[in-house]
Design a protein around this ligand. Structure first.
Ligand SMILES: [Zn+2]
Length: 163
């Protein structure tokens, strides 16, 4: 689906676990870039909404683009809001982007019957229905809550150190 915020729940958890080794901004950007294709297809009234971008190869391509754009776009935005403590290393930009696109196809794969995530190796969608969709949304929300708490703890610990 074009930009469903539930993808951000696991992103918050990754940020809480990874700290400076993970960029939540780049991760969010990956979610938006991944869902450009379905958005265009919805507007065109296509039967299949999740095409090439929602495959292993597509996620690699979108991840590479996101990694290349993520650092130069995120840094000025974070700096503007006073949230940039260090430049985002290129490695972090690319790894975060790939985590973003691959977690995206796993979550979308569980939900969307029109996806073929392992195309052209495996036809159909073996991920479909792996987890109940209602439960999946609850799990993503829980990830978001735990991640937000972890991020808050990291921030206060860092500010204590600098005081
Ligand atoms: Zn999607």
């Amino acid at each position: 689906m074009p930009f469903t915020p539930f993808h951000l729940g696991p992103g918050a958890l990754f940020k809480g676990a990874g700290g400076d080794r993970f960029s939540f901004m780049v991760f969010g950007g990956a979610q938006v870039l991944m869902d450009i294709e379905p958005l265009v297809r919805i507007l065109r009234h296509d039967g299949v909404l999740h095409g090439f971008t929602h495959t292993i190869a597509g996620a690699l391509a979108v991840g590479a683009i996101t990694g290349a754009l993520g650092k130069p776009i995120s840094e000025p935005i974070l700096r503007f809001f006073g949230l940039l403590r260090h430049p985002i290393p290129w490695k972090v930009s690319f790894i975060t982007a790939m985590i973003g696109t691959y977690s995206h196809i796993i979550l979308d794969g569980i939900m969307h019957a029109d996806m073929e995530p392992f195309w052209p190796l495996i036809a159909g969608n073996p991920l479909l229905g792996l987890v109940d969709v209602g439960l999946l949304h609850i799990l993503c929300a829980i990830c978001g809550i735990i991640g937000a708490i972890a991020v808050a703890v990291r921030w206060s610990a860092r500010n204590d150190l600098e005081r």
